[in-house]
Design a protein around this ligand. Structure first.
Ligand code: ATP
Length: 137
């Protein structure tokens, strides 16, 4: 692999979702979106629900991620996400249904814990819809 590339691996506990040599990766860290280019200092970051994007030449690929960790070490970025889907493989109707269920749960009288869970579900569903929209216009 050329030294000006980053090897990006995005895995979940059950599969390797994406693996490629890329020019830059943008990660949804809990402290905000962060860009990683070749030569970045070593780093361990906690990830939020959000979008992972990576650039290869003029092409950009997008993934939805629902939290996890990213390790930046040398020329490798390893993401272990709770869940991750490439934009092209997101089922938009499923995400829309999940958003509706989450909105319903937020409207219901429920415990603070239930409310927080519904907020996370809503964020995951909206992220999936937005990421899918990146490749579907
Ligand atoms: P749902 O209520 O639709 O199941 P969820 O937020 O509960 O959504 P998760 O627990 O985050 O789902 O994910 C379970 C599995 O389903 C993971 O492997 C995840 O990648 C996949 N997944 C969830 N939603 C979608 C979607 N809209 N399109 C494609 N894969 C999805």
């Amino acid at each position: 692999m050329a030294v000006d590339k980053i090897q990006l691996d995005v895995a979940t506990p059950d599969r390797l979702v994406f693996s490629a040599a890329v020019d830059e990766v943008v990660l949804p860290s809990v402290e905000g979106y962060m860009g990683v280019r070749p030569g970045h200092a070593p780093l361990l970051a906690q990830l939020d629900v959000g979008e992972i994007s990576c650039h290869v030449g003029t092409e950009t690929r997008y993934l939805a991620c629902s939290g996890g960790f990213a390790e930046v070490l040398g020329t490798t970025v390893s993401v272990l996400a709770e869940t991750a889907e490439l934009a092209e493989s997101i089922d938009v109707e499923r995400a829309r249904a999940a958003r509706e269920r989450a909105e319903e749960r937020l409207r219901a009288e429920s415990s603070e814990q239930e409310f927080r869970r519904a907020e996370v579900s809503l964020k995951k569903a909206i992220t999936r819809m937005n990421v899918a929209g990146r490749v579907r216009g």
